[in-house]
Ligand binder design. Structure first.
Ligand code: 0X9
Ligand code: ZN
Length: 418
């Protein structure tokens, strides 16, 4: 009965008539060839355009979503600085509808059975899953690490064979950005593997003997819920900013180069850093978990999508951290293990050079302020074919390869910091 009620609630959520309509929205691609064009695109990003990939350098493609009403204006504006564009997606609305059909179809095929890791789930379902796992598995406990503006609890699973004051901790922060749905799906898979294979899988047993695993599957529940009910492409949290625009980007809200490059002071921007560092419950809840485990946290991994990247500090500056050689060594091993699974290619390196300068991010803060040497930010599949609308059938391959990368990372850390 409970399952049936949830299914009805999900259908109602997906069918909500008041949703943001992306019919006719295009994603266009431009490739900056001059410094002037690059600067122009960086300025444009500060405004309220939705960049699906950011300007990173000359010759690197940039994808921008644009409404049918603004399309001609944008094309003309780009033309003025000599930028021509190609259309990558003609109709994002159609892609979103297709995704909804896929989710509903898979739910029908799976109905009544246990939690389906190969589908996307609402926040309510995810909370129910974590609580259920905690109730039925002696290794797992669930806790609420903070309360969001809209009153949701940010739920965290702790997987532990019994902690002590000195046992290392690995923290996994997933879905700080609401629309990156494969991130929470991957973290739920990882949580379940870790929780259910202790004692039967030698690698998992060794990893849990070594460290406690703390996983926040949805670090920004208000934003995530909003992507289900209202706007599939929402990224930030849902704090009102006083004017017409809502939301702070929690991954610009940490006290690490706060307000610096790659963050916007425009409340309407998708990279709005907020009024002050740690103004968001999402960032401060994570800070408090890390500080509560001060001295024990050996790894903190921030899981996003998409672009297929494994990155280390810094985002707020191009200068490399003192520990970069060791960060890079473990990244290389982790990415090799990930790629060995299905051949998926990941680029890796420091954030500022691999993707773009981005200040106020969580991994810079965990490294600088909390001394977490292995602070990594991941961008999971894909490289733009489906982007945020990664079909459910690709969740399991994405989660499996990511988990292989994370296991390789954990083993290296255990060998280095016994
Ligand atoms: O811009 C971001 O926050 C991340 N990319 S995304 O497309 N998922 O939005 C990159 C995050 C890099 N990490 C930090 N700056 N800490
Ligand atoms: Zn993200």
């Amino acid at each position: 009965m409970k399952v049936l009620l949830l299914a009805v609630a999900v259908l109602a959520t997906l069918a909500n008539a008041a949703k943001v309509d992306y019919t006719g929205h295009k994603v266009i691609r431009v490739v900056p060839q001059t410094e002037e064009q690059l600067r122009f695109l960086l300025k444009l990003q500060e405004q309220a355009y939705d960049f699906w990939s950011s300007p990173t350098g000359l010759g690197s493609p940039v994808d921008i979503r644009v409404s049918p009403q603004r399309y001609q204006y944008l094309a003309n504006t780009l033309n003025k600085v000599g930028l021509t564009h190609k259309i990558r997606f003609f109709d994002i609305g159609k892609l979103i509808e297709e995704e909804e059909r896929n989710i509903i179809l898979r739910r029908a095929l799976h109905s009544g059975r246990v939690f389906d890791f190969e589908n996307y789930h609402t926040y309510t379902e995810i909370e129910a899953f974590v609580n259920e796992l905690a109730a039925t598995n002696t290794l797992v406990s669930s806790s609420v690490i903070g309360t969001t503006y809209e009153g949701r609890g940010i739920i965290m699973a702790t997987i532990s064979t019994g902690s002590s004051a000195t046992k290392p901790v690995m923290y996994f922060e997933c879905a700080m950005h609401a629309r990156e749905w494969v991130a929470p799906a991957t973290c739920l898979y990882v949580m379940n593997e870790m929780a259910t294979k202790y004692g039967s899988d030698a690698e998992i047993t060794a990893m849990l003997d070594y460290a406690d695993w703390l996983i926040t599957p949805v670090s920004n529940p208000d934003g995530y819920d909003y992507t289900w009910t209202t706007d599939r492409l929402w990224r930030k949290n849902r704090v009102p900013n006083g004017g017409l625009c809502y939301g702070t980007d929690p991954n610009r809200n940490f006290d690490a180069g706060f307000g610096g490059p790659g963050a916007s002071s425009n409340a309407c921007s998708d990279t709005y850093h907020g009024p002050f560092a740690f103004s968001t419950q999402e960032a401060s809840a994570m800070r408090d978990v890390i500080l509560a485990n001060n001295g024990r946290v050996v790894a903190s991994v921030s899981i996003h999508s998409y672009s297929q990247l494994w990155m280390s500090p810094y985002g707020y500056q191009s200068t490399l951290p003192a520990d970069y050689a060791e960060m890079y060594r473990v990244m290389t091993i982790s990415v090799n293990a990930l790629t060995a699974t299905y051949g998926t290619q990941f680029q890796y390196g420091n954030i500022a050079d691999t993707i773009y300068p981005a200040s106020g991010g969580s991994v810079d803060w965990t490294y600088d302020a909390a001394n977490v040497l292995y602070s990594y930010a991941l961008e999971l599949r894909d490289t733009g074919l489906y982007g945020f609308e990664l079909p459910p059938r690709l969740i399991l391959p994405t989660a499996t390869e990511t988990f292989n990368g994370l296991k390789a990372m954990a083993q290296e850390i255990a060998a280095k910091l016994p």
